[in-house]
Design a protein around this ligand. Structure first.
Ligand code: ATP
Length: 335
């Protein structure tokens, strides 16, 4: 995103003035089935900014996305904290209020799979129906073709007339992105949008999302289990672990001067981060079961720097610089 910012300096009308966050998440926690499965997550994203949520499976990324999209109720979950979208606090919003902004103010790109598209409906019809939901006046076919062009589909007319199974995985994901753009959202949430795609297609889809974020003046929340996936396009990285946020910071800082031992361990295990020839080290042990998560450090069982007080003291997310925060009482000693 940083490189692209200068390529498209004046693209698109601004819907928030520079510096104002399009999305703000403050102390978000999510409960489901009597358990707190997401604890104390805070971050913000401005227009044209890509904010990544990175963490292993089960770290709470998808539940966080559900909170951003107002869809926790569908799985019987609830949230505390604040989700503010274009300055409007949505934490106590009704489903009617969420419906009014879902797809228009905030859009969603799911994982690359067949599931997001209707297998028996042509792509053009699916796009037209979505466009109609947002804009009754629009020329639906023309707008659908325009959206297919925006997602860099070379032959929009042919894809418009195709069924999903006639398209490759990468093309289907481009169609999913076109569907998400139909309502001209200010915030786009993409949950593992390149999982199941091969590496070259993954790169192309990430580049596309980065370009759209800047050109269409959106804040992009990009979710991935893989630091290597987000490093080239994220402006800010939030590292999640066992349902909570371990570290937040500008991408370059997180990658070159990680403060949390978990982030340091992730980087040491990441082939893309290590200098050539370096022996990679895995992270010993596994994630503690959610039933024993509490306010003390959840990484303590795997942390090479853990002391007795880490096991007994509650760990707050501490501000350590402009936009940077870490949830580790020993971060100054271990950084
Ligand atoms: N519908 C559900 N019912 C019960 N538990 C759930 C449900 N959804 C998520 N969880 C639990 O909540 C925790 C966080 O899950 P979440 O799906 O948010 O993680 P994630 O980081 O997105 O993982 P993944 O990368 O595998 O999608 C996990 O312990 C998970 O088992």
């Amino acid at each position: 995103m940083r490189a692209l910012r200068s390529t498209f300096p004046e693209a698109g009308p601004r819907r928030r003035s520079a510096g104002e966050a399009a999305l703000e998440v403050e102390r978000l926690s999510v409960r489901l089935g009597g358990r707190e499965l997401v604890t104390d997550v805070s971050f913000a994203a401005r227009a044209r900014e890509c904010v990544a949520l990175v963490g292993e499976s089960g770290s709470g990324k998808t539940l966080t996305c559900r909170a951003l999209l107002g869809s926790l109720h569908r799985i019987g979950a609830s949230m505390t904290g604040v989700v503010r979208i274009l300055g409007r606090d949505m934490s106590a919003a009704s489903q009617r209020e969420w419906q009014a902004i879902r797809g228009t103010t905030i859009g969603f790109v799911p994982q690359a799979s067949m599931a997001g598209l209707d297998p028996v409906m042509r792509v053009g019809k699916q796009l037209s129906e979505t466009i109609r939901l947002h804009d009754r006046q629009a020329g639906h076919r023309a707008r659908a073709l325009e959206l297919l062009e925006q997602v860099e589909i070379a032959d929009p007319a042919s894809v418009y007339g195709s069924f999903p199974h006639q398209l490759s995985g990468g093309m289907r994901q481009r169609v999913m992105i076109a569907l998400a753009l139909a309502g001209r959202p200010s915030v786009l949430v993409a949950d593992e949008p390149t999982t199941a795609l091969d590496v070259t297609v993954e790169r192309a889809i990430l580049d596309l999302l980065a370009r759209l974020c800047v050109e269409q003046d959106m804040a992009l929340v990009l979710v991935s289990h893989d630091l290597a996936v987000v490093r080239s396009i994220a402006d800010q990285i939030n590292v999640m672990y066992a349902g909570t946020q371990m570290e937040r910071g500008a991408t370059r800082d997180v990658l070159t001067a990680a403060r949390h031992p978990y982030t340091q361990a992730l980087l040491a295990a990441d082939p893309a981060a290590a200098p050539p020839g370096t022996r990679l080290s895995g992270i010993a042990g596994g994630v503690a079961d959610a039933s024993i998560w509490d306010a003390t450090c959840r990484f303590v069982g795997r942390c090479p720097h853990a002391t007795e007080s880490c096991r007994t003291t509650g760990q707050e997310l501490v501000q350590v610089g402009a936009g940077a925060a870490v949830r580790c009482m020993r971060w100054e000693e271990t950084a």
